[in-house]
Write a protein that binds this ligand. Structure first.
Ligand SMILES: N[C@@H](CCC(=O)N[C@@H](CS)C(=O)NCC(=O)O)C(=O)O
Length: 251
């Protein structure tokens, strides 16, 4: 959701005579860049960072841990999920797909495919499937204990099987179109989806790598895992604290 600007603040219009470093770090864009609240392992934050790297758009990054979210992030986005992008005019973009859209609207990545209407429609459908049914089952596969109740035992393998069926669909597309979902060039769809397929593999790498009948999908993921793009999108950072020196992303 894009929220309207509250109070535009930047380094220029703050009284720096007597700066309280903590407040300054919270309320201004110290580098004059948008601020991205991010969590390295989160696939939603990952897709946002991938789009920022691909578009060559620089931001100030604030890494966090989910159990200790910065007060400022919660103030600008009370729903408390990452990623959150805070623009210089105060606009808050706190949905990962919107951060991706914003990044590519700043500078469309030269190697990405521009989707035509039919492809855009297909892309939206795949992402809805991914963010809905796939993610729901992925969570239950990875963390079944979170879903047990007194009367219900969550069976991770049941949920893995649902994910596998969805992955088989993308495998069929990749077999036909490959190496990317829409052919020779990557697109918004690939980078919106890949972080979640990566997460699915991480739940049991040996099983995933031995899974039969998904060679095109495995090749697609494999290329992504060794890509410069992913490496640039995955810096290892200490959790940010007010007063820390600001960090630029991509570094
Ligand atoms: N629809 C949101 C979902 C983001 C989301 O759920 N992120 C997770 C981390 S992967 C989160 O921040 N969860 C909050 C928490 O666990 O406290 C988006 O696309 O940005």
């Amino acid at each position: 959701m894009m929220l309207p600007a509250k109070l535009p603040v930047n380094a220029e219009n703050v009284d720096c005579e007597n700066p309280d470093l903590n407040n300054l770090a919270l309320t201004v864009h110290l580098l004059g860049l948008p601020v991205l609240y991010s969590f390295r392992r989160c696939p939603y934050a990952m897709r946002a960072r991938l789009a920022l790297v691909a578009a060559g758009v620089k931001v100030e990054i604030r890494e966090l841990v989910l159990r200790a979210k910065p007060a400022h992030m919660l103030e600008i986005s009370p729903k408390g999920t990452v990623p959150v992008l805070w623009l210089q005019d105060g606009t808050v973009i706190d949905e990962s797909l919107d951060v991706m859209r914003w990044a590519v609207s700043q500078n469309f990545p030269s190697d990405w495919l521009v989707l035509n209407d039919a492809q855009q429609h297909q892309c939206d459908e795949w992402i809805a499937l991914l963010d809905g049914e796939f993610k729901r089952n992925l969570d239950r596969y990875k963390y079944p204990h979170r879903y047990h109740t007194e009367t219900y035992t969550c069976d991770p393998l049941e949920h893995r099987a649902v994910c596998e069926t969805i992955l088989a669909r993308w495998n069929a597309v990749l077999e036909q179109n490959g190496p990317f979902l829409f052919g020779g060039k990557p697109s918004f769809a690939d980078y919106a989806i890949l972080p979640f397929v990566r997460q699915f593999r991480i739940a049991n790498e040996a099983w995933f790598d031995g899974m039969s009948g998904c060679d095109a999908l495995k090749a697609w993921l494999g290329d992504f895992l060794i890509s410069n793009l992913l490496e640039q999108a995955m810096p290892k950072l200490k959790p940010w604290q007010p007063g820390d020196a600001p960090l630029t992303f991509p570094g």
